[in-house]
Design a protein around this ligand. Structure first.
Ligand code: HEM
Length: 307
């Protein structure tokens, strides 16, 4: 059976990615729907030009424009990005309409596909932002720690990321949460190795998890390792990647899941902290003011859109 989910959701980590935020032009939604319905064919044609480059895409829409763009009811749990206020960081909804998440092992392949889709959309969209990301050393964030280690593997990636029978109309779609973090690396690099490792609850060079009793309540991996009432781990599929130039360095955090609730709980646990207000100390070394939530529908849903 042909794959019906957009392959950018599940694909393994890439060495290059671009994240593009767009708003949909009022009055041009019919043109946009036509391009979106053609988009799986456009993606396939560029993938054929770059065999072996793991070129993948995911196109998603936010709650702000779902009905206007697709003329369909919203997925069951699609809502705007949550707002949280904390001692180190506060976030709110960025309110963009569309995201394109494109990735591969070659920047030229990523770029050609991004440009092709953007040009096809023409005046039906306005560009609100683009962040180009790259693999940094061995999948490390700019803080020097390997990012993505505890991600679900193999078939679990689909279980964690894809909507199933709970929302039949949107089966094989996925909720995508997106935040751009800008790091204060001068402040971070002034910490000792031990202070940095305690902040994550993992070792830096050999990337080992601290024993549970060694982890501070403020450690990033403590604040994000959540369990449900039955003791099962709550999981998301992260595809975060570093971006940077000579002036700023940071991380585009991007995570897919079959329900956005898990991400909300994790972010709340990081920013507001536990019942005693113990927040994620990693947030002392980075800044983010807003984020966005999108739903990335199945390929069949895109293809069925009509002008
Ligand atoms: C774990 C980096 C933001 C969720 C990690 C790890 C690193 C990291 C290095 C340890 C290795 C691993 O990936 O398992 C960062 C950085 C962030 C950031 C640099 C932003 C400055 C977030 C956000 C969330 C999140 C916003 C979700 C709301 C997680 C989860 C884990 C994790 C679920 C795995 C925890 C575990 O099971 O041990 N992160 N992260 N992270 N992060 Fe983040």
């Amino acid at each position: 059976m042909a794959i019906n989910y957009q392959t950018g959701i599940i694909a393994e980590p890439s060495s290059d990615a671009t994240f593009i935020l767009l708003d949909a032009t009022h009055g041009e939604e019919g043109t946009l729907r036509q391009v979106l319905s053609d988009s799986p064919a456009i993606i396939h044609s560029i993938q054929k030009q770059f065999p072996g480059c793991e070129l993948h895409a995911a196109i998603g829409f936010s709650a702000h424009a779902w009905e206007r763009i697709t003329l369909q009811a919203k997925p069951a749990e699609l809502k705007q990005f949550p707002s949280f206020e904390g001692a180190f960081l506060s976030v709110t909804d960025e309110a963009h309409d569309i995201i394109l998440h494109i990735r591969s092992t070659r920047h030229d392949a990523t770029h050609i596909l991004a440009l092709k889709l953007f040009q096809a959309m023409g005046d039906s969209v306005t560009l609100k932002g683009q962040t180009n990301c790259f693999k940094y050393i061995d999948n490390r964030d700019f803080t020097g720690f390997v990012d993505g280690t505890e991600n679900p593997q193999g078939e679990d990636r689909k279980d964690v990321a894809l909507v199933g029978d709970e929302d039949p109309m949107y089966r094989d779609g996925s909720y995508l949460n997106y935040i751009t973090f800008r790091h204060d690396l001068q402040k971070w690099n002034a910490l000792s190795l031990k202070e940095q490792e305690d902040t994550y609850g993992r070792t830096k060079y050999d990337n080992e998890e601290y024993a549970s009793e060694e982890k501070s309540a403020h450690a990033h991996t403590k604040r994000t390792s959540l369990k449900d009432d039955d003791g099962n781990s709550l999981e998301i599929l992260r595809h975060s990647m570093p971006f940077g130039d000579l002036q700023e360095q940071g991380l585009v955090f991007a995570a897919y899941s079959r329900t956005p609730t898990i991400f909300d709980l994790m972010l709340q646990s990081m920013i507001e902290g536990d019942e005693q207000g113990r927040a994620d100390h990693l947030m002392k070394y980075t800044q983010a003011s807003s984020g966005s939530t999108f739903f990335v529908p199945a390929i069949g849903f895109l293809e069925a859109l009509t002008p």
